[in-house]
Design a protein around this ligand. Structure first.
Ligand code: ADP
Ligand code: MG
Length: 370
């Protein structure tokens, strides 16, 4: 990757490796070469230097925790010897699992429609949409995910068909097809459905420009569907593309609540005021009931000061909207979509899954905004 200053990242000297590097191979390389050539290892040890050894494979704590068979876990956290960090983490996970197991999520009386938005890409919109939807569906709610991003990542993660010839949200918005004819059941959970996105949606931004009531098209279809469906839905989540174009405006007009995922990283708050201004404009001109009800901090790494600082900043700015639950940075969360799964079904007792379940419980307990 080219650095802004013209150098290559990770290489201090432009156009080549550092001479010091070339003269002295790293210890690990000398170790590997010695093993390959059968050279005795003590030959590598210089006087006063520590012995060069093969690095032990490091297992991330979250994977270690996740790989423990749930049946082998003691049911009571009091059985744990809490003297090591891993034991403490296991004990904490058991406590959280037990608390979630007994918690009944209250169901809303009428459908709650969320737009999951942030014009930044890669902040966790799709991951949050899919996992909150799965968490709520697992807890007994009927949930619809509308994939409004032409990349179709939410459709992939929910394991639904979205090849180019598949009927999709494009047909709903552009061709007025009823949602009931297009939605698919996700194999993830019984009560989880998805209105998939295909590549055709990429052209919808331009096609929408010349259509009548171009900002209201999703809302008209969704309102009709929710009113007519025989089995009522409790939650709808609309996953937005990372832009503020007509597709995102359609999502804002169709929803009542906005959920903003914020990544606990530098620049996290940049662009947020623009997003909030746009939401205000929509509220003033197109959807008077729209409000930012929920902010979720994602990809949180408690070991970094920066993540804690960002989390504190966001909480100070939005004390009512930010959920108490933080979503940790977790390998399990990021690998679940490649299996066409949410983390809730992929690794139910992993810290990432528990966090999304806890965030879903908070959303359910808070209820719809007044
Ligand atoms: P967006 O929809 O805002 O573009 P995504 O949900 O697609 O963002 O997330 C961007 C990337 O970050 C994806 O590769 C996803 O797997 C990864 N990711 C999201 N949340 C987490 C997390 N909590 N821990 C680790 N990786 C994450
Ligand atoms: Mg996305």
């Amino acid at each position: 990757m080219k650095h802004p200053d013209g150098y290559f990242a990770g290489n201090a000297v432009p156009g080549g490796s550092s001479p010091a590097h070339a003269a002295t191979p790293p210890a690990q390389a000398r170790f590997s070469a010695a093993v390959a050539s059968g050279e005795p290892l003590h030959a590598l040890v210089e006087p006063g230097q520590p012995v060069v050894t093969s690095p032990a494979p490091v297992t991330p704590v979250s994977s270690a925790v996740a790989s423990v068979e749930p049946t082998k876990k003691p049911e009571s956290s009091s059985n744990f010897d809490d003297s090591t960090p891993l034991a403490r983490e296991l004990s904490e996970i058991t406590r959280r699992r037990q608390a979630l197991a007994v918690e009944k999520f209250p169901l809303p009386k009428s459908p709650r429609v969320f737009t999951v938005a942030n014009q930044k890409g890669g902040v966790g919109k799709t991951t949050t949409t899919v996992n909150l939807a799965a968490a709520l569906a697992r807890s007994g709610a009927r949930v619809l995910v509308i994939d409004l991003d032409p990349q179709g990542n939410a459709s992939t993660a929910l394991g639904v068909e979205h090849r180019s010839e598949t009927p999709s949200v494009y047909d709903v918005i552009i061709n007025d097809e009823p949602i009931a004819d297009i939605l698919q059941k996700s194999p993830e959970f019984d009560a989880l459905y998805c209105l998939p996105a295909t590549i055709h949606l990429a052209g919808a931004e331009i096609e929408l420009v010349s259509l009548v009531a171009r900002e209201q098209r999703l809302r008209t279809s969704l309102d009709k569907f929710l009113a007519e469906t025989t089995e009522p839905f409790h939650y709808v989540f609309i996953d937005c593309p990372p832009s503020l174009g007509l597709l995102t405006i359609n999502a804002f007009v169709a929803a009542r609540e906005v959920l903003i995922p914020i990544q606990c990283e530098y620049y996290a708050l940049e662009g947020l005021s623009q997003l909030l201004n746009n939401i205000k404009l929509i509220e003033r001109h197109l959807n008077p009931v729209l409000q930012v009800s929920t902010i979720l901090l994602t990809m949180y790494d408690s070991r970094t000061n920066l993540a804690n600082q960002v989390a504190d900043d966001v909480r100070n700015h939005f004390p009512k909207e930010v959920l108490k639950t933080l979503i940790p940075r977790s390998v399990r969360i990021s690998e679940a979509p490649s299996y066409g799964q949410s983390v809730i079904s992929y690794d139910p007792s992993s810290p990432g899954s528990l966090s999304y379940l806890e965030a879903a419980a908070e959303i359910a307990r808070r209820g719809a905004p007044a």
